[in-house]
Design a protein. Structure first.
Length: 275
């Protein structure tokens, strides 16, 4: 992530307005984002391009339409780099970016003819090749080293089991070490580029009652030794799960933004954020 691009994107009032619009209702078309702006369609497109280059907006195709979604990870990284470290002063926490970070947690709703679909989209660029990132996601020796420090195992065949087990800290608090805290089933595997699975929280009764959601990892090479990782989490009909994985309940951790930020840090520096 290029911090200069993020700060540049946030410095413009029109671009902040576009982010506010997406926070109010995410997954909008260009035509919808034009409303209320006194500028040409081309002008709005230029601003969206800046937001996309900064990683704050993720475009995705839905049929013939191009929809625009928010991405929390760049804000998470800036928060960790420029805000968290000043907490040691003992003063009231500096929240210059907190409201915006919350706004960019990427909870998207897209209205269809029959129902409202809610998807969380988080995207990050990592200075590592796709094979390394794939291994970090799918290998328990790696995925136990970042995020919640909980090892995840995957049978990488359609219909294969997926499970995540408690971290050492969770076990110390009394969680049974041999009982998964997450489970699911692998739906699709494209080695090194795409992994789709069902995903269910077991440790929280309310989230467990919501049943299985759908999780997708997409990896794309973006230049030599650089991987674009996009995580899409379809949490339709699962508001408790959505709150947990988006970081809206900080007492339970920072959700996908924290996990992906920590993954990036580990692969680029060799140490996790909490090392």
């Amino acid at each position: 992530m290029d911090e200069d691009l993020v700060f540049k994107a946030l410095a413009d009032a029109t671009r902040r307005h576009l982010l506010d619009q997406l926070y109010t209702r995410d997954g909008r078309t260009l035509t919808e984002l034009e409303e209320g702006l006194d500028m040409t369609r081309f002008g709005v497109m230029k601003h969206l391009k800046v937001l996309e280059e900064a990683g704050l907006v993720v475009p995705r195709r839905s049929g013939r339409e191009k929809l625009h979604f928010l991405n929390a990870v760049p804000i998470q990284l800036i928060h960790e780099r420029w805000i968290d470290k000043y907490d040691v002063l003992g003063a009231e926490r500096l929240h210059a970016l907190t409201d915006l970070k919350s706004a960019l947690e990427s909870t998207m709703t897209t209205q269809t003819d029959t129902a409202t679909t809610t998807v969380l989209v988080n995207r990050i660029w990592i200075k590592a090749d796709t094979a390394t990132v794939w291994k970090a996601i799918t290998s328990p020796e790696w995925n136990a080293r970042y995020g919640y420090k909980s090892a995840s195992t995957f049978d990488l065949t359609p219909g294969g089991a997926a499970a995540t087990f408690p971290s050492a800290d969770m076990v110390a608090y009394g969680v049974a070490a041999d009982q998964p805290i997450l489970d699911g089933e692998v739906q699709e595997v494209v080695e090194g580029s795409r992994l789709v699975l069902t995903w269910r929280t077991l440790w929280d009764d309310e989230a467990r009652a919501e049943g299985f959601t759908r999780l997708t990892y997409e990896l794309e090479e973006r230049g030599a030794g650089i991987t674009q990782l996009t995580v899409l989490h379809d949490v339709t009909g699962a508001p408790r799960t959505a709150s947990l994985v988006s970081g809206d309940l900080p007492e339970f951790g920072g959700g996908w933004p924290q996990i992906l930020s920590d993954l990036k840090t580990l692969l680029e520096t060799g140490s996790s954020l909490e090392a």
